[in-house]
Design a protein around this ligand. Structure first.
Ligand code: UTP
Length: 227
């Protein structure tokens, strides 16, 4: 059975747009695919975590404290998805990637959020994938593919349907706006590169597209070859 780790951005899970309907549909799809693939899910913070870190910043909070607040929100979001998943999911949210990997099993969908300050949930997904020796990482974001530059700002940005992980590394390290909605966490890219784990970069709001990525099928988004 293939093992897959899915990183679901907070902007996908709780954009504040019919969220219960989307999360319910996501949970149903995850239940279905868990018959054929072993899935672990990491959930991001979205605008809720940005709200908390911006407020803490105004209050003079340290970067470490801002990250801690973000982690708290990712764990709340993870709990929300487990509510929709029910029995096949975990009742306690693992605090570390290793713990999540230990809890993961065929037929189960283990969900977690962040771990410690200094990176994002994409990196956590890569850490779990490393522990599980996963076949692929699926990044479910609110963009449909990887572009060479921000397509909203640069109309000449190139859209990738397939790329090597070395090319992805260039894209993420070229993003000088560190921490600001990077296509995939640079630490996560480094781990995937070292461990030879392919990435499927898809629009997570498109449940069919996300299902195809989890199953390792053809996708509309970007396939990142790590070999
Ligand atoms: P996210 O993973 O959602 O980060 O975690 P993000 O940058 O908003 O992600 P994208 O843009 O959706 O990809 C929210 C915040 O929580 C903290 C960080 O401050 C992060 O920005 N965090 C999260 C950590 O410090 N460590 C973690 O392991 C996870």
């Amino acid at each position: 059975m293939d093992k897959v780790v899915v990183s679901v951005g907070g902007s996908v899970l709780i954009p504040g747009n019919d969220d219960a309907k989307y999360i319910g549909a996501l949970a149903n799809m995850l239940k279905e695919v868990s018959d054929t693939v072993q899935v672990a899910v990491v959930v991001g913070g979205g605008k809720m975590s940005r709200y908390y870190s911006e407020t803490a910043k105004e209050l003079g909070g340290t970067l470490y404290q801002l990250d801690e607040l973000g982690i708290g929100i990712t764990r709340v979001n993870a709990k929300l998805l487990t509510v929709a998943l029910g029995d096949i999911s975990n009742s306690e949210i693992p605090l570390k990637a290793e713990e999540c990997a230990r809890m993961s099993a065929p037929g189960k969908v283990v969900v977690m959020g962040g771990t410690e300050p200094g990176h994002t949930t994409d990196a956590v997904a890569a850490m779990i994938a490393k522990e599980l020796k996963a076949d692929r990482i699926v990044n479910a974001s609110n963009v449909d593919a990887v572009y060479s530059d921000d397509p909203r700002k640069n109309p000449d940005a190139k859209r990738f349907s397939k790329m090597t992980i070395a090319e992805l590394k260039e894209v993420v390290y070229d993003d000088h706006d560190a921490g600001k909605s990077c296509v995939f966490d640079p630490l996560g890219v480094r781990i995937a590169m070292e461990e030879n784990i392919d990435l499927f970069m898809v629009n997570g709001r498109d449940i069919e597209e996300l299902r195809n990525a989890i199953l390792g099928n053809e996708i509309k988004g970007t396939f990142v070859d790590s070999h």
